[in-house]
Write a protein that binds this ligand. Structure first.
Ligand SMILES: Nc1ncnc2c1ncn2[C@@H]1O[C@H](COP(=O)(O)OP(=O)(O)O)[C@@H](O)[C@H]1O
Ligand SMILES: [Mg+2]
Length: 257
């Protein structure tokens, strides 16, 4: 469904590649969590998947179609099949919950309709249904800036879902939230993943959370895949390999994202 073929990204002026020669393939139904310390290349990799970041080498195949060959308009079509949620939510604070969710339909509309901000009854009804699904129906007209972090991420999830995506991408979606709220958000993601039969790929900094929800774990280090297996196979050794430099003593470092 989604394949990464020999992908490298080298930023101008950087000595080392952000990610180098990555080969991975994902199928519908996979719930993948990507681990790795800060700077490992997690964000760069996930941005390559929906065409936000162009690989320096290699290609992404989406249902066997090369992203490298697509123009911006074609990439926009791919992007609307991939709903994304972010660490800092990327919402419009002064707009209401439903207005933010409706912005998720923009990939399907003409620029003119987006400019005048007019939505069809069908779009509004779908937005309400999804807002109900994420547990915010009583907050429909509330400005997003008044919501808690967990509620904001529920809006982020609803905005991604209104695109009717086939892939759900998350770039550290719970890193700004407390542990209890993070669990609720992951529960919701899992529920939506199952209900809509998605492929879900999420960057996570909390190993325990990743192990609890993922069906497959991938660890990146210095831009390379160093682990790709079941969550059960991610043991102490793999943990140290992922989060510590090779020459560091084992056992004392906390996890930074
Ligand atoms: N826009 C950019 N320009 C230059 N270097 C970048 C850019 N984005 C990321 N990098 C570098 O690429 C590497 C991987 O970064 P990133 O993908 O953000 O890692 P992570 O999300 O795992 O923290 C880091 O060394 C980072 O400094
Ligand atoms: Mg990142």
């Amino acid at each position: 469904m989604l394949e990464i073929k020999n992908v490298s990204v080298q930023f101008q002026g950087s000595k080392d590649a952000a990610i180098s020669d990555i080969n991975l393939s994902f199928d519908k139904g996979d719930f993948v969590c990507i681990l790795g310390k800060s700077g490992a290349g997690k964000s760069t990799l996930i941005r390559c998947l929906n065409g936000l970041q162009k690989p320096t080498n290699g290609d992404i195949l989406w249902n066997s179609n090369s992203l490298a060959k697509k123009n911006e308009e074609q990439l926009r079509k791919v992007r609307r099949e991939m709903g994304m949620i972010f660490q800092h939510f990327n919402l419009v604070p002064r707009l209401s919950v439903i207005q933010n969710v409706l912005t998720g339909t923009f990939g399907y509309r003409s620029t003119f309709k987006n400019l005048i901000g007019w939505f069809t009854d069908d779009e509004i009804n779908r937005a309400k249904k999804i807002i109900e699904d994420v547990g915010l129906i009583d907050q429909l007209d509330r400005k997003v800036e008044k919501l808690s972090g967990g509620q904001k991420q529920r809006v982020g999830i609803a905005r991604a879902l209104i695109q009717q995506p086939k892939v759900f991408l998350g770039d550290e979606p719970v890193s700004s939230l407390d542990p209890g709220t993070s669990n609720h958000i992951f529960n919701l993601i899992q529920e939506m993943h199952n209900r809509h039969q998605l492929l879900t790929i999420i960057n996570v900094h909390d190993v325990n959370l990743a192990k609890r929800y993922a069906t497959r774990l991938i660890a990146l280090k210095d831009g390379k895949v160093i682990f790709d297996d079941s969550p059960e196979a991610f043991d102490e050794d793999k943990f140290h390999l992922t989060y510590h430099s090779t020459n560091e003593k084992l056992g004392t470092l906390p996890i930074y994202n």
